[in-house]
Design a protein around this ligand. Structure first.
Ligand SMILES: [Cu+2]
Length: 119
């Protein structure tokens, strides 16, 4: 009985490829989400990062964030200035707000592509 199960499992693993052997619960969609391509052409998959708003410059479309690790940009926690993809993203934000945001490198500039207050 046990041998039959092992054989069946091996068959499954072969059918689904090598990855099925290493993952206890294979889920191709989730797996892909944890490994974004890392290119700047995929802002939709950028992970949310916790941050605190330090400064807002609505006129210039910039804001200063004290942010945590940004995995898709391979950036450690720091305080820095970001451009915003759309000035509308700054609406409703104020200095000292706790936020979550996604960022990407667009046209060579670190840019906030989405941001929301976490209060
Ligand atoms: Cu940074």
């Amino acid at each position: 009985m046990k041998l039959v199960q092992v054989i069946a499992a091996s068959g499954l693993a072969l059918a689904f490829g090598i990855q099925a052997q290493t993952a206890s619960a294979p889920s191709p969609a989730d797996h892909a989400a944890h490994h974004p391509p890392g290119s700047s052409s995929t802002p939709a998959t950028a992970p949310w990062v916790d941050a605190e708003v330090r400064k807002i410059d609505t006129g210039a479309g910039k804001l200063t964030l004290r942010h945590g690790q940004i995995q898709n940009l391979d950036m450690p926690p720091m305080t820095m200035v970001f451009k915003v993809a759309d000035a509308k993203l700054l609406q409703g934000l104020k200095e000292g707000d706790k936020v979550r945001f996604t960022a990407d490198k667009l046209n060579g500039a670190y840019t906030v592509t989405a941001i929301s207050s976490t209060k």
